[in-house]
Unconditional design. Sequence first.
Length: 507
Amino acid sequence: MPVHPPLLSLRNVGKTFPGVVALDNVDFTLRAAEIHALLGENGAGKSTLIKVMTGVYSRDSGEQLLEGRPIRPANTGEAQALGISTVYQEVNLLPNLSVAHNLYLGREPKRWGLIDWTKINSHAKALLATYHLDIDVTRPLNQFSVAVQQLIAIARGVELSAKILILDEPTASLDAEEVKTLFVIMRSLRERGIGIVFVTHFLDQVYAVSDRITILRNGQLVGEYETATLSQHQLISHMLGKALESIEQRVQAPVNSAGKKDVLLELKSAGVNTSIQPLDLTVEAGQVVGLAGLLGSGRTELCRMVFGVDALSEGTLELQGVARRFRHTREAVAAGLGLCPEDRKQTGILGAMSIRENVIIALQNKRGWWRYIPIKKQREIAAHYVQALNIATSELDKPIDQLSGGNQQKVILARWLASEPALLLLDEPTRGIDVGAHAEIIQLIRTLCERGLSLIVASSELDELVVFSDKVVVMRDRQKVAELSGIEINQQTIMSAFASKPSEATS
């Protein structure tokens, strides 16, 4: 395809928050009439870069050029006026307004000082026809599927700007056919000369639709590549900062001297709509199953499915030989499950509550609120785990949000250990904590393994998974692509599985 001139250029862009360098001299170039994938793991700097592009954040250093002219949008409105629009995974429109009104909100045509609804509706219908979308534009937006809402948001963004469209995880909630439809629209927009920034975690989609790839890691630019010349193995190595061929293999995996154990958990063709493709998985009593995969691969979604946050849409889940279909996480807790979520700030800790209250809440929930745990007993339980897990605090009634990240993570672990679960799910248990707390939590996981507790551990740290996993399930694009055991559990084999198709992976 012809090489077009730069449409948007960012040079040596820096952005710092208190204690964190989010962007460190990052370059990015978007050409007219191209789809440019922006990739990187969690914390790589993708979201910050997009917010600098669109005026949400003001850059601390560097420059931003639009068609060769310096720009510095102060907000998203200025960015849109310059020709830069963003469509997020969570559609940022007004669900109670009609489709037509959403399309022309803020720029409604008027007649005699009043909104001309006839013109708005006819223009909206004609506009959506160019996107092969034939719907009743007078109906509220929330009456349509997520896929339709995405297309409406894209149509609005293009109409507002018609130069640059940033799509931030647009396919996360779409099924395969809806993704194909979106890609048809993206290609047609590219043919119209629009530059598209495509942020996604689905590697197959990157290769299906993008022309070039920019990779960020830890707030720094790794490189810019032509999609056609970058292999998936190379892409994954760049994202993780580890070369496949340079990683040493573990000599031998731990051997279970007790032999085959009873199956605690069994998934049979279990899936959740667009979140998880149907998969099989078994977890034996006392076994540690690691979940590996790049960000967005389905690790978190698998944990949520097992714990009942997202209900099964197909297949079965058996716990100790009994088929279960959790309608609420309370039922999962009562059945002996626990989940330490990836985002401890948002979905883990109860920030306004004390350490004591955070520790005992799962046990109280399991017992039922009619069997209230007396304050004295609560203190005994909390004190036991504060000592056992070496939680740094001067008092049990201190608000948990006053603790460091590592100590907050230990409190969440204490919460579930106090409930005496049969199976504990740990989603990124060491993310965002200091080195000392990291080592303590890894040691705690080892201790729990030795005590016979079954664990499912999702982690982006491959060296961690290699250390403590009896079995590693590799996820990609929200499906299981490999299951590794024994001497197969090493970083090289896991990373190779990241880049493989399900039929190519080790199983």
